[in-house]
Ligand binder design. Structure first.
Ligand SMILES: Nc1ncnc2c1ncn2[C@@H]1O[C@H](COP(=O)(O)OP(=O)(O)OP(=O)(O)O)[C@@H](O)[C@H]1O
Ligand SMILES: [Mg+2]
Length: 144
């Protein structure tokens, strides 16, 4: 059970809470964990990303790597398998596609993310994944 856990992160406190939670589940079930960040810049959603200046791409990649490094810190001294993955595109689609392609048994993610729209109960990415992912999906609640 829960052999492979996918944990999507966006640099928000809510996502880090989900990472913490995922660590607990992984310790209990001896799961392999993948921390995933999807770069959602509109340039990556268009057909021709080559039109973007190299410096813009480098900045986005660097920011993504930083988000993953911060999440990875929560797994310091983790006695198991943990890896990171940087992808490009629509976050919801990437998360659900990857979880299917690589047969993840569980997705653990935040209820909200970086956006400040307080009226929303759930962010669009978590909402999308909850609707379309084929594996069990755990949405970690927090004060935001
Ligand atoms: N680009 C991303 N890459 C990976 N995971 C993400 C990404 N964006 C969001 N997530 C995951 O989805 C969770 C919910 O974030 P979401 O983006 O849905 O909410 P929000 O930012 O508050 O609202 P919205 O983006 O819809 O305006 C995050 O805690 C994180 O786990
Ligand atoms: Mg968001």
């Amino acid at each position: 059970m829960f052999g492979k856990i996918l944990v999507p992160v966006d640099g928000s406190a809510a996502a880090l809470r989900a990472v913490n939670y995922a660590r607990g589940v992984a310790e209990k079930f001896e799961s392999a964990v993948t921390l995933l960040h999807v770069i959602e810049h509109p340039g990556y959603l268009s057909a021709d990303i080559n039109k973007l200046p190299t410096s813009v791409i480098q900045d986005m990649d660097q920011n993504g790597e930083q988000i993953l490094a911060e999440a990875l810190e929560i797994f310091a001294d983790f006695d198991g398998r943990v890896s990171t993955k940087l992808e490009y595109g629509h976050a919801g689609i990437k998360i659900t596609d990857l979880s299917k392609e690589h047969s993840y048994s569980l997705i653990v993610m935040g209820r909200r993310g970086l956006s400040g729209v307080k009226q929303l109960l759930m962010g669009s990415v978590s909402n999308y994944v909850l609707h379309y992912a084929q594996c069990p999906t755990l949405i970690i609640k927090g004060e935001k």
